[in-house]
Design a protein around this ligand. Sequence first.
Ligand code: CU
Length: 220
Amino acid sequence: MNDNKKTKIKTIKKPSSIVAAAAIMAVIASAAMILGIQTQMSQHALAQSNGSNGTTAASASAGNTTVTVNPSQSTNKEFWINTVHLDGATSLHAAVANPNSAQNIPTHPAENPPVNSTIPTGGGFRITLPNKVGAWDFRSFTFAPDQLVVNQGDKVTLHFIGVLGVHHLITVDGVGTFALLRGQIHTVSFIANNPGTIIFFCSIHLPNMVGQILVLPKSA
Ligand SMILES: [Cu+2]
């Protein structure tokens, strides 16, 4: 229901003033909520009356309310981008092996890290070498999502969310650079005037903490 609501709000034509926009959006939001509740109730009734076929009928009914957005139309595009690191660790069972507990008996010893592993410098990767019981881990930083697609002329809003990693120093090419700590949200907005690719990256965690915004050319 949230997705439907967002789509409805975003397809409203550009209002003449921000105050008018806020008022209209508030009305639309409450209307969407009421409609959403009614749709849900009628789907429930439909599902009940159709018996075993109810799920299919409800899906078809919801499908009829889909709003089609013209891809060449300029709209506001809003994204929430999390800072993430992926961690791969050796079997912890090997590290906490306890002969008195059947659950903690390791089925195999911890594997060794690759001998000739070449990890790029730049801070985006981290490997911790095996400890005294052979446990080691490997970390890779990234953004989620890291691939965005917008249309030329869109107003693009990016909310960067500090989730994993203590500290990031993020640059959105042509827009600006800012620090981001865990627990912070930093928002940037810009108009995607030119078709092409806009890069965003964290200079502390290169080369892998990088994302791309693909700006599709406006159709003639
Ligand atoms: Cu970073």
